[in-house]
Design a protein around this ligand. Structure first.
Ligand code: 6CM
Length: 270
């Protein structure tokens, strides 16, 4: 991965110590790279079961439990015309717009801004009866994917139209942290690794044109959303699986629609 989104190389620390920040940077490198590769592996191998399909959107899961808790990994794929990978990832990362599309969150706070491309978030999620309310503390990092991945993954346009040419890729990776300490209150804390990996393609007929001559209807983004969430304490397995089955498709449909609406009248951000 290259650091396309890096604006300032120096962290601005307020609540994390320099040593804690160093540990987080190391983890960011490792987990973000892993998630990028994992997303691009697709769903051909690894026992993925399709549990929801709606047009181009397909959602897969593997049933897994840890210490008696459901931790089913989820992988979702979608192909949408009209916006780029960079645009999709910016909306997913930005705290300024999160509450406009994220309906599972009650309130949210940026606990630390390490850099313009990296923040630590604390979120309190809406309570789902009969389980206890959950919160999450995680770093979130956005970056541009390695250029070589675009060529290698030409074939992975998958269900997208075949006459597409890869342009670039972006990822946002969210991963739980334990520092800085944020009190639990009445919540149980979920432990998560969530990534949104997006690949921009353009129609082959316009692939050689300068970017400013390409219109939104000639741009397609392939989206891969991966989530592994440990509920962090008791939650009835059947209710949890039913909630995930309902909420993940709702989230991805609503979020892609939101990005479409937000971008349609704006110049393209490649
Ligand atoms: O990825 C999504 N949103 C991001 C920005 O908010 C971020 C989210 C992280 C938290 C995801 C945890 C949700 C699960 C909490 C429920 C736990 C158990 C309830 C017990 C029920 C019996 O990455 C979109 C997240 C969409 C979630 C459906």
């Amino acid at each position: 991965l290259s650091s396309g989104a890096v604006v300032s190389a120096k962290p601005h620390l307020s609540v994390l110590s320099p040593a804690q920040a160093d540990d987080i940077w190391e983890e960011i490198e490792q987990i973000t790279n892993e998630q990028f590769k994992y997303a691009l592996l697709g769903v051909g191998e690894g026992g993925w079961q399709l549990f929801n399909e709606d047009g181009e959107m397909k959602m897969y899961r593997r049933e897994e439990e840890k210490d008696g808790l459901v931790v089913d990994p989820l992988k979702a794929q979608h192909c949408v015309r009209g916006f780029t990978a960079h645009e999709m990832c910016n909306y997913f990362f930005s705290p300024d717009v999160r509450m406009e599309w994220e309906f599972t969150v009650d309130h949210m706070k940026v606990i630390e801004k390490l850099r313009d491309d990296t923040m630590v978030f604390h979120q309190v999620h809406k309570r789902i009866w009969p389980a206890a309310q959950r919160d999450a503390l995680f770093w979130s990092h956005i970056r541009k994917g390695d250029e070589s991945a675009n060529k290698e993954n030409n074939a992975s346009a998958g269900s997208c139209d075949e006459k597409l040419v890869p342009v670039n890729s972006w990822i946002v990776c969210n991963h739980s942290v334990e520092v800085p300490p944020v009190p639990l209150g009445k919540c149980l804390r979920v432990i998560l690794t969530i990534s949104l990996t997006c690949q921009t393609f353009v129609d082959a007929a316009v692939a050689n044109l300068p970017a400013d001559q390409i219109s939104r209807d000639q741009v397609t983004t392939k989206i891969t959303y991966c989530a592994t969430v440990n509920p962090g304490g008791w939650a009835p397995a059947s209710v949890l699986r039913a909630v995930y089955k309902r909420e993940y498709p709702k989230f991805l449909k609503r979020f892609t629609q939101y990005v479409k609406e937000q971008t349609e009248t704006k110049p393209i951000l490649w």
